[in-house]
Ligand binder design. Structure first.
Ligand code: FES
Length: 153
């Protein structure tokens, strides 16, 4: 299969990799770069478990072709903490007890960071709407919205 060489920055580190042209960003992260924070729930854009930021904007990594990312900056859940200091939204998920099994949590947190960055936090309804692409089978939605509200201040 045709391959391409690309250089992409992930969580502040530049990587140059050669990948099959069909490789998704999610597989690039998980299989080539050993960053398994973004999860493969549906691999079809329906669950949000794979959510990352690309150049600051929320994206489903399973729907994004890696070869499109030449020169891009990707942030995954692994890149949110500042040394030993959790990102305020990571702390808020703990404080609000906003997860049970935890599988969707990385995607929820990255999506919530996008929500706060893009200022969609005026009301619980607005947060819920923004987060509606992130499914949680344990049903932690109320607490997830509260965590985003807490972190948004
Ligand atoms: Fe990408 Fe479900 S794994 S949206």
């Amino acid at each position: 299969a045709p391959t391409s060489r690309l250089t992409v920055t992930v969580n502040g580190t530049r990587h140059t990799v050669t990948v099959d042209n069909r490789t998704s960003l999610l597989d690039l992260l998980r299989e080539h770069l050993d960053l398994t924070g973004a999860k493969k729930g549906c691999d079809a854009g329906a669950c949000g478990a794979c959510t990352v930021l690309v150049d600051g904007h929320r994206q489903n990594a399973c729907l994004t072709l890696a070869v499109r990312l030449e020169g891009a900056e990707v942030t995954t859940v692994e890149g949110l903490a500042d040394g030993d200091h959790l990102h305020p939204l990571q702390q808020a998920f703990i404080d609000e007890d906003a997860f049970q099994c935890g599988y969707c949590t990385p995607g929820q947190i990255v999506s919530g960071v996008g929500c706060i960055k893009e200022d969609h936090t005026d009301s619980p309804e607005e947060i819920r709407e923004w987060m509606s692409g992130n499914l949680c089978r344990c049903g932690c939605y109320v607490k997830i919205v509260r965590a985003v509200e807490q972190a948004a201040g």
